[in-house]
Design a binder for this molecule. Structure first.
Ligand SMILES: OC[C@H]1O[C@H](O[C@H]2O[C@H](CO)[C@@H](O)[C@H](O)[C@H]2O)[C@H](O)[C@@H](O)[C@@H]1O
Length: 841
């Protein structure tokens, strides 16, 4: 094995956090068996074995339990993950709250149609069909007469429902049944009848699976000191049992007897939840980070095997596990997932299969998504990548949305090629994972100042070179170079090829995206041939993936300046960090905050070297807010243009000056954990953001019916009624709100979903990584929040079923105090709130 030398680094700017993963992986490569048949250390359930496996599960569970009792002090899975925190091994084993929920074997739902027009009404007239899409041959589920007619009938509020329904008979019979209603006289009722007669329930091809190796009390829980966050993390850990799926081979369509959009997978997988009933690409990064904390390495392996199967079949990893996603991918995090898995499990054998396929995936991005960009700043040219999907029709899963965006009668009429280009931009927006965000729109807006539909008309993704995508590709090239440096797979020529590609991307990122005066990374806009000026959470990706500009390494005040918007968010808002600070109605904008971004911001903070991150947190001058600590121009917005923090009755806190920082407490933030002596500014921000994330996840779960026996009583029916959660047991939402910690996020083209894979993954990772700093949050009283104009979307009924698993209620005193933080502060009671918070722990 080649010695580990510093020469593998293109510069001194590699992150500490990721070196830990890489060093662990490289050290294990000497044990890899390049060229020998792959041996998977994990347990794999093949489709044909599943029925047998499920019937044997009870028996195995009894045996496993007996073994566990006999070896009560021996963890049943070795602890391979490099420990970032000392184990609190002397703590009592945490109690199990509540009993692990049983696995529901039902994956199929049939959404009840709710047509907006009467059944006798003639369908609205249609525009001509878009061109047939070569990548999507189905005459039923791909752009064509059936898909357009069913969408125009607008039978459900979510167009994804139709394309997730398998047919109940052969495609020819379905098309024959459609022929009579393919006319200008078709009625709502005839389309509804056609769907009812010819299509089955959504999710028919999937089955819930039992979780082998499930340890209800995984070791990482001992890292969480405070009983409430620990009990909550344990419940979230138990939710894996509800999100595990496999392909039900007995219900699969063969394309002749019936047709469906589901892509069958050979291995077990975790779904996000709600309407997302298939495996998703970039969601799986955070899902697998959570599974690693839960020591469910076999499911991580299965997830990676599924992605490898897809690379083999399609040459790339599609957006998600449906055929209508086959024209696009998502942020390419496969190689990073692979490295994390090997570092945690020691399973270097996976590289035999994974390395050639990882190479193939990177080649797909290079062949299909890269271009040369010449910097207007230095005149140097770099090969970088962008999101760019070939497509000239509405996305099948969002057909009506895209159709209406393109044919909005209140906006200018598009000609055929303009419409095709719009559809291509919209599909490219879905490929970014940020569908949709003002981050990628062209200004001025096509159609005025309204951000919603006109903003979608203005999506300009293909003309952006995104900083996040290139940071991920940089890291993937570095990881592959390291994989090829050692072990039996060693090939220095290949390693050097990846290292050169990484160096090129790194140089491009620092030239095109890095603004050394504003101390932030911005996307490069090909339309204006300059950097964008509005900050987004993408600024944190380069530090996460190991690129730290010299300006940050050499100066504490610059390093703080880079992260000062996190400080601003924690002081100004109740929640966590938004994708952008623009409120648009699009879901990847304020006021939403997404779990992956909190993870990436935390990892970026951890990547800073200690010498620039240990000073005290700078304080704003009298009369100023933390906005004044953000480098001039970094946000691209004036302070008064930032989203408001609601106080009461729809009234906002002051938008400027010291009154804006209503969540600042002496030395810390409301719901930001406990200040300790000797903390540097980085520690304060990490503690604050980690606690805030837990606050959002726990308070929104509690507000929708979650409770923990002896620790967190169930809310009253009157309080639960606010979110229509009287019959609910707690939702884990896919996104949160920056200013409403007990609420889900909102906006976008579908209703907010519960489940939720990446939310749970980040909860478990935060618990495992920052467990010592987590404290019980103060959740607002929903009855008070109900008076807020903007806080009504936190409905427990937002999605089908995937969270759940609540405990029994208890009238005992809660350690999560039901006080309203904003109200306290309004009356100058911030210190009182702090005192209560300390009492609560
Ligand atoms: O159906 C609309 C869009 O839904 C997905 O996007 C959103 O959910 C995904 C799953 O959690 C997530 O990966 C993505 O970041 C979200 O914006 C889907 O990925 C899109 O392709 C789809 O058009």
């Amino acid at each position: 094995m080649a010695p580990l030398s510093t020469t593998r680094r293109p510069s001194s700017s590699i992150t500490v956090a990721h070196d830990r993963v890489l060093l662990a992986v490289v050290a294990r490569l000497s044990n890899s068996h390049c060229g020998t048949p792959p041996v998977h250390s994990s347990h794999r359930i093949f489709t044909s074995d599943r029925v047998l496996a499920n019937t044997m599960y009870a028996k195995w569970a009894i045996i496993a339990y007996a073994i566990k009792v006999a070896h009560a002090n021996v963890p049943n899975i070795p602890d391979f993950v490099p420990d970032l925190e000392p184990d609190l091994g002397d703590q009592p084993t945490s109690t199990i709250y509540p009993p692990i929920p049983s696995v529901s074997m039902t994956t199929q739902v049939t959404s009840v149609a709710s047509p907006t027009a009467s059944l006798g009404a003639i369908l609205p007239s249609q525009v001509p069909l878009p061109p047939l899409q070569a990548w999507c041959p189905s005459k039923i589920f791909c752009p064509g007469a059936v898909l357009q007619t069913v969408n125009v009938a607008n039978l459900w509020s979510d167009p994804k429902i139709f394309v997730d329904k398998p047919t109940v008979s052969d495609p020819q019979s379905v098309l024959a049944a459609f022929a009579p209603i393919n006319s200008t006289n078709a009625t709502e009722g005839s389309v509804l009848q056609f769907v009812d007669n010819n299509f089955g329930g959504e999710g028919f091809e999937l089955e819930a699976e039992a979780l082998f190796n499930f340890n209800a009390d995984p070791p990482f829980l001992n890292k969480v000191k405070d009983p409430l966050p620990r009990a909550f993390a344990q419940i979230v850990h138990s939710y894996w049992t509800q999100l595990i799926r496999g392909t039900n081979s007995s219900t699969l369509c063969d394309g002749k007897k019936c047709e469906s959009t589901f892509i069958p997978l050979n291995h077990t997988f975790v779904i996000p939840g709600g309407r997302f009933r298939e495996q998703y690409y970039w969601d799986s990064f955070w899902i697998t980070q959570g599974l690693i904390q839960s020591r469910l390495f076999d499911i991580v392996n299965d997830t990676l095997q599924n992605f490898m199967d897809e690379i083999e079949s399609f040459g790339f990893i599609p957006n998600g596990g449906r055929r209508y996603y086959l024209n696009r991918s998502q942020p390419p995090v496969f190689v990073m997932m692979l490295a994390n898995y090997i570092a945690a499990s020691n399973d270097t054998a996976i590289l035999d299969r994974a390395l050639p396929l990882a190479k193939r995936e990177l080649a797909w991005w290079s062949d299909n998504r890269s271009l040369n960009v010449t910097s207007p700043y230095t005149k140097k040219t770099y090969t970088l990548s962008r999101y760019a999907v070939s497509n000239s029709a509405p996305r099948p899963e969002s057909y009506l949305t895209d159709y209406e965006t393109a044919n909005d009668p209140t906006l200018s009429t598009l000609n055929e090629s303009e419409r095709a280009e719009l559809y291509s931009q919209l599909a490219s927006g879905a490929e970014t994972g940020w569908d949709y965000s003002t981050r990628f729109i062209s200004l001025p807006l096509a159609g005025g100042t309204n951000y919603t539909t006109p903003a979608l008309r203005s999506v300009n993704v293909k003309n952006h070179i995104p900083v996040d995508l290139n940071a991920i590709l940089y890291k993937s090239n570095i990881i592959l170079a390291d994989f090829y440096m050692s072990g039996r797979c060693a090939n220095r020529t290949i390693a050097s090829k990846y290292r050169t590609a990484a160096a090129n991307i790194r140089a491009g990122i620092l030239d095109l995206f890095w603004d050394s005066s504003k101390l932030a990374f911005y996307d490069f806009n090909l339309t204006s041939n300059s950097r964008n000026s509005v900050l987004s959470a993408a600024t944190f990706y380069p530090l996460w993936t190991g690129i730290i500009p010299d300006e940050l390494i050499s100066s504490t005040s610059n390093a703080f300046g880079f992260f000062s918007s996190i400080n601003m968010v924690l002081r100004r808002f109740n929640g966590t960090y938004p994708p952008t600070f623009i409120e648009s109605g699009l879901q990847w904008d304020s006021p939403n905050a997404w779990p992956p971004h909190q993870y990436i911001a935390l990892e970026a903070l951890r990547a800073l070297p200690a010498n620039v991150s240990s000073g005290a947190v700078p304080q704003p001058r009298t009369g100023q807010s933390a906005f004044a600590l953000v480098p001039n121009g970094q946000l691209g917005l004036e302070e008064g243009a930032l989203p408001g923090q609601i106080i009461r009755n729809g009234q906002n806190a002051s938008s400027t000056g010291s009154g804006a920082d209503i969540n600042a407490l002496d030395g810390t933030f409301v719901n930001g954990g406990n200040a300790t002596t000797g903390e540097g500014w980085r520690d304060v921000l990490v503690r604050g953001l980690a606690n805030r994330y837990f606050t959002s996840a726990l308070c929104s779960w509690h507000a929708t019916g979650g409770s923990i026996s002896g620790l967190l009583p169930r809310l009253s029916d009157q309080q639960l009624n606010v979110s229509q959660s009287i019959n609910n047991t707690g939702n884990m939402f896919e996104k949160f709100s920056i200013r409403d910690v007990d609420s889900s996020g909102r906006g976008g083209e579908y209703t907010v979903q519960a489940g939720f894979g990446w939310t749970n993954g980040v909860v478990l990772w935060v618990a495992s990584t920052f467990g010592k700093q987590l404290v019980a949050p103060m959740c607002p009283d929903p009855l008070f929040a109900a008076n807020d104009a903007g806080s009504t979307s936190n409905t427990g009924n937002s999605s089908s079923s995937s969270s759940g698993g609540g405990g029994s209620s208890s009238p005992k005193k809660s350690s999560a105090l039901q006080i309203n933080v904003a109200q306290c502060q309004l009356f100058g009671l911030a210190l009182f709130a702090t005192a209560l918070q300390f009492l609560a722990v």
